[in-house]
Design a protein around this ligand. Sequence first.
Ligand code: GLC
Length: 635
Amino acid sequence: MTQLDEDVQAAAAFARAHTEQHVGAFEEAFQKRFDAHFPRLHALFRRLYGDRGDGREALADVIALAAASWQARPLELKARDDLRDADPDWFQSQRMLGGVCYVDRYAGGLTGIRDQIPYFQELGLTYLHLMPLFESPEGNSDGGYAVSSYRRVNPALGTMEELAELAADLRLAGISLVVDFIFNHTSNEHGWAQRAIAGDEGFEDFYLIFPDRTMPDAYEQTVREIFPDDHPGAFVQLDDGRWIWATFYHFQWDLNYANPAVFRAMAGEMLFLANQGVEILRMDAVAFIWKRLGTSCESLPEAHLLLQAFNAVLRMAAPSLLFKSEAIVHPDEVIEYISPAECQLSYNPLQMALTWEALATRDGRLLKKALDERHALPDGTAWVNYVRSHDDIGWTFADEDAAALGIDGYPHRRFLNDFYVGRLPGTFARGVPFQENLKTGDARVTGTTASLAGIEAGDDGGEDRVVLAHALALSTGGIPLLYLGDEVAQLNDYAYADDPDTAGDSRWVHRPRRPAEAYEQRTDVATPAGRVFQRLTRLIDVRQATDELAGNTLLRFDTPHASVVAFQRPGVELLADRILVLANVGDEAVHVDPLTLSGFARGTVDVVTGMPHDLEEGFDLPAHGFAWLRVRPLW
Ligand code: GLC
């Protein structure tokens, strides 16, 4: 036995004895998974916490928590674990469709969400992300992203029992519940935060608190300002004069993961949520969870180790649960979070941002380049493709990709910001700036899909652009995610500016209440809501019936047109037929000539319209038009 093996054996024996003492003997199923995953978890703890004695204790505690959590896991959820185990690629299916909404804004509360299940089924949802619903401070709570308790639901929305019941109802309806795991920070009202500033033993090191500006000044040499409208830098001052790390709002205090007790505490919260029936945890703000002086304190290697360690804990105690990474950073960094051992799912912020980039420039080359070169993923993982989220749009493309096309990143981002906030003559967009940083020139954009795409401005191409953007998100693979209400073309809600709790945060402009009137119009094609809804639901139905759109494999396809984004989807099994997607982001119609299409058998069908087509005639794409053609390659 090597030294390493001996260490693992000793740590495993220690953890097992500790668990037996506090929880009882390992169950057989747990034992198997413990054997499979403990060595990995142990190695991760070693790398994160070295030989710290409290690291070893924390690891043993985490195992005890995991064993107890497994014992308490409802049978229904254990059955779900088995089901997923037999079909580990379940989320690669073309039937997957996500929706996201705020519980209060969309439905008043958890009961209201349950009442919407028939509509979710009508739409075809298989995944529902409920925005943060935990107890959080009154007034501004960053839309719930400041959590005061992970075990209590915000009483205005319902109770934890109701959440578990809702999860069960959704499961029966074929919909997986997704909630946020907001683990970079807690609210300043969380019990841990209160005890930390009071100096309670065991809690002082839960957060990063400094007596004066020496360390904050040193860190701020290299860290970005994330919410400059709220406070400069990354720290805020406590009433007693000390400084505490707060990356986002001043009331969101970053946890100190260099302290193993923090890992143990958050693992407990995660396991608790897993047993409520949550199937996917959206791992919030993953880039920020580890800090080191002299670095950007973003996406450090330890951030990955932490996620992998949380992943290993779940594999033992709630094996069907998946992580979705929320890393809205440079594409080289986004990809690093995605693996079966870390986050199986990830937002695809690059495709999202470049879809808008293409619509503004009427040039699809940067988006096409990203699809050709940055779309591939490891087996067992998937993108979550979305047109917009509850957050702002940041232009996270790689400058080197832009440079390869002769585009200078900095002025291009300025152009995009100006375009989308309506500052350029002739723009079709009605967005609002978010966190404009006058020092750096950085800014981001907010707005609903319909308002950004031109419907609010009355632009003729507005509806087409909404459908086109979704046609891309629905055809590139992985899990497409709709911001609920966008399917009926909801517009910006400027009332946020009148409410003191939201006035300072322009993201509320695109978080309207459920647009009841637009929903009523959804079958009336005399209305924009009706037209957009009919076209989008057709796309959803077609996607769900089209095997070639499963999985993530995307094959390159070139046309001579800068405004055309084209690619092929062969499906998971690499089927004989493929779907050729042709999307024209330009304002002019395009004729794709027969030679360009000559690699395919001439007879094709547009699966969206159901119309047959002869490729020897080429293919006409209208302005802002697209096609999903079922093609058969000739070689
Ligand atoms: C994530 C959320 C965002 C929130 C931030 C802080 O980026 O999506 O809405 O403000 O984390 O929790």
